[in-house]
Design a protein around this ligand. Sequence first.
Ligand SMILES: NC(=O)C1=CN([C@@H]2O[C@H](COP(=O)(O)OP(=O)(O)OC[C@H]3O[C@@H](n4cnc5c(N)ncnc54)[C@H](O)[C@@H]3O)[C@@H](O)[C@H]2O)C=CC1
Ligand SMILES: Nc1nc(=O)c2c([nH]1)NC[C@@H]1CN(c3ccc(C(=O)N[C@@H](CCC(=O)O)C(=O)O)cc3)CN21
Length: 317
Amino acid sequence: MKVTEHIKLAKETQFSFEILPPLKGQHIQSIFDNIDPLMEFNPPFIDVTYHREEYVYKDAGNGLLKKQIIKKRPGTVGICSAIQNKYGVDAIPHILCGGFSKEDTENFLIDLDFLGIDNVMALRGDPVKSETYFKAEPDGHTFASDLVSQISELNEGKYLDEELENCCETNFCIGVGAYPEKHMEAPSLDSDIHFLKKKIEKGATYIVTQMFFDNEKYFQFVEKCRTAGITVPIIPGLKPIATKKQLNIVPYRFHVDLPEDLILEVIKCKDNTAVRQVGIEWCVTQSKALMMAGVPVLHYYSMGKSENIKTIASEVF
Ligand SMILES: NC(=O)C1=CN([C@@H]2O[C@H](COP(=O)(O)OP(=O)(O)OC[C@H]3O[C@@H](n4cnc5c(N)ncnc54)[C@H](O)[C@@H]3O)[C@@H](O)[C@H]2O)C=CC1
Ligand SMILES: Nc1nc(=O)c2c([nH]1)NC[C@@H]1CN(c3ccc(C(=O)N[C@@H](CCC(=O)O)C(=O)O)cc3)CN21
């Protein structure tokens, strides 16, 4: 079922989360072990991230380095299908512009359609680790809005090969990302919201936000979006802080601010067990206030660590 239908049917705020495929060589059981403890909170859907190729340089043994292209976390589509089979819950694969030509995208979508997956999260994707700026494939999309257009066209039975006739229409519900504190490359929040609206006009029907640690940022962002004429559900994305190191990693990697109070609480902690507790409490407080405000879904970035998400969900749902 589509995310938008889940939202329409629900009477209360729902619980969802996001996982990443295991490192290559790991068993899929590691994924189930993380999902199992969260199933009691009845997630209507589970997101599975997509991880593009990375460039690594290996010693060629002759004093030179050999460039290799590897995928460290393959398996997004297989995991989605396995989740739908095992739990009967909708799985949402992330689909990226990066690393995909339009033809690759079309074939990826055909696989999803054949597997009975009818939701996708359409993202541009981060630059490859060795590069600063995002670079599209020669015949790929530069912005998530272009990817949304291609998916919408497939939903109308329009394939890349115009000579194909009487083609099946797919039926994807398309989600997109948004940034309450502005995407790092956007010159202003208004400009970012302008392009967010383009993604909706091209066919996206719901939004999931980047993580944030101050609910005011989310509420103000939603208000700005509504003023700009964006009417679709805006699902808040949350991540509990779990280690001291994340005080530096999170602002650096995700370009979001940490509130001073949270930073001070974490600095005071003796060890990461104490940090985890602070992160859990902060996230519970955020979650309860968002729920009171009537958000349709609380979406947690669990990224393969379900214990703190379970503790939070037990207090909130
Ligand atoms: N929010 C989420 O749930 C997730 C976000 N991400 C990451 O978020 C980042 C961006 O992804 P998206 O938001 O999907 O990218 P996007 O393509 O919507 O936006 C990327 C940047 O380009 C600008 N932009 C968008 N359309 C434009 C256009 N037509 N002309 C000029 N500028 C335009 C935006 O304002 C933004 O600064 C990536 O780094 C992605 O990997 C990854 C996974 C999940
Ligand atoms: N720019 C950007 N790229 C993304 O891939 C991304 C976003 N933003 N925002 C939304 C989700 C959330 N994502 C993530 C990704 C990793 C962690 C995380 O907790 N990372 C661990 C390290 C885990 C690992 O790499 O094995 C950390 O300690 O930060 C959280 C959320 C991925 N998504």
